[in-house]
Design a protein. Structure first.
Length: 144
């Protein structure tokens, strides 16, 4: 069972979830799931379609914004912003370890003008590190 790590009042990050984790997420009040992991990244991982279908069966929203090892793009940041905006009061984002979900959230927050130190603090409190993307966060915060 995956550990859901709270980033904000409305967003949690998680390592890869299973169909069973979707039921648990629903029971814990989550309203939307965001997949940040590409399909077939590892043998045996549940596909976005499987997780999305389970979310739908539980009356939850689902968005896929996959991020590969190639890194982040501005369209992904924009898609994450959109997913977070429509996600509701309690959103769960997942990838292999939770790191890409956290970093994509951090970039989306920076682009939206959130305080970068607050973003960093929240990520660290959940066990993640944004230092690798800090220059990009600063550029996005400046509107570059």
């Amino acid at each position: 069972m995956s550990e859901f790590k709270q980033l904000t009042d409305s967003l949690w990050a998680s390592p890869q979830i299973t169909v069973e984790d979707v039921a648990r997420a629903k029971a814990e009040g989550f309203t939307h799931i965001i997949c940040n992991r590409p399909d077939d990244e590892a043998p045996g991982q549940p596909s976005a379609l499987e997780i999305g279908s389970a979310a739908k069966q539980h009356g939850m929203g689902f968005t896929s914004v996959p991020v590969s090892s190639a890194g982040f793009s501005l369209p992904q940041v924009d898609a994450m912003q959109d997913a977070l905006a429509k996600g509701g009061e309690k959103v769960l984002a997942y990838c292999r370890s939770g790191t890409r979900s956290t970093l994509l959230w951090a970039l989306a927050q920076a682009k939206a003008g959130a305080d970068l130190e607050d973003i960093d603090r929240r990520a660290v409190a959940a066990g993640y590190n944004t230092s690798a993307i800090r220059p990009t966060m600063e550029m996005l915060a400046k509107g570059e």
